[in-house]
Ligand binder design. Structure first.
Ligand code: GH3
Ligand code: MG
Ligand code: MG
Length: 266
């Protein structure tokens, strides 16, 4: 009985202690929360007070506006730089293309210049040697062209040279290379072509020039502007000993064509 009473007293005492503890804890929590909220409110109203003071808010807005303007200017500058860079790259690329074509194209006729056609010949010689293929070349010379110039003037001579180059270019296969080696002389490189085939192609080219309508050709002694062509095929000895190249051989053949009376293929 006494034990039960004692137990009850301990229980009630414990409950009272717990109740007082919880009350004290709640009071502490309430007080600290209230203090924090008050502090926050005080801070916020202080900021508002500071900002709403005359001039301060204005200068704050001004600073924000300035920052925004700077951002806009920087963005615009960035895009302008990108556009300028793209334009510059395009310009450099165009210059490169012009320089590149100037280095390889003859300005009068628009076909390969001497440098380009000689490079093509060298390249094709190496290929022919490597794969054991045939290779032929032709040298073309306009007949009595000094005569044509003397009769019709240098300007008409230029025009006639352009026309001859155009006719030859149109008469060729797309796999062949054609260039002006200087003055009124041209060269064709025929990859993978034996001598007899190259001669047939050259005969067709000669006829096309003979039959074309070229200004003032009726004033020429032979009543037409004609070409002579020397053709040669690359020889094994040339590959092995690097002597007398196909170009020299074609040039010799051209000389023979001239001696044979011009307007012919040899
Ligand atoms: P051949 O039949 O023996 O070849 O006689 P040709 O008169 O054609 O040969 P020649 O070498 O005596 O004269 C070549 C002429 O080609 C002389 C030169 O005035 C002319 N010529 C060379 N290059 C040009 C050019 O770019 N434009 C013009 N209009 N004439 C040129
Ligand atoms: Mg000549
Ligand atoms: Mg000539």
């Amino acid at each position: 009985m006494i034990k039960t009473l004692m137990m009850k007293r301990v229980f009630y005492s414990l409950m009272i202690v717990l109740f007082i503890g919880a009350l004290a804890r709640s009071a502490y929590f309430y007080t600290s929360l209230k203090t924090n909220v008050d502090a926050l409110n005080a801070t916020s109203s202080m900021i508002q007070d500071v900002l709403s003071q005359r001039g301060l808010l204005d200068s704050f807005t001004h600073v924000i506006n300035n920052l925004f303007s700077i951002l806009m200017i920087e963005t615009a500058t960035f895009f302008a730089s990108v556009v300028a860079l793209i334009f510059l790259l395009w310009f450099i690329f165009r210059l490169y293309l012009i320089e590149h074509s100037n280095a390889l194209i003859d300005p009068l006729t628009g076909i390969y210049n001497r440098r380009a056609i000689m490079l093509s010949l060298d390249h094709e010689k190496t290929r022919a040697e490597r794969f054991n293929h045939k290779l032929s070349a032709a040298v073309i010379d306009v007949d009595f062209f000094k005569n044509y110039n003397d009769l019709n003037g240098h300007k008409a001579g230029d025009k006639a040279l352009k026309k001859v180059a155009k006719i030859v270019d149109k008469s060729m296969r797309r796999t062949d290379f054609f260039g002006r080696i200087g003055g009124e002389e041209f060269m064709i490189v025929f990859p993978e072509t034996k001598l007899s085939d190259a001669q047939k192609l050259c005969e067709r080219i000669r006829l096309n020039v003979l039959n074309a309508d070229i200004d003032f050709e009726e004033n020429m002694p032979q009543k037409a502007l004609t070409i002579s062509i020397g053709v040669a095929e690359m020889q094994d000895s040339e590959i092995k000993h690097h002597n007398s190249d196909v170009f020299d051989q074609a040039d010799k053949q051209l000389y023979i064509a001239k001696l044979a009376g011009r307007n012919c293929v040899r």
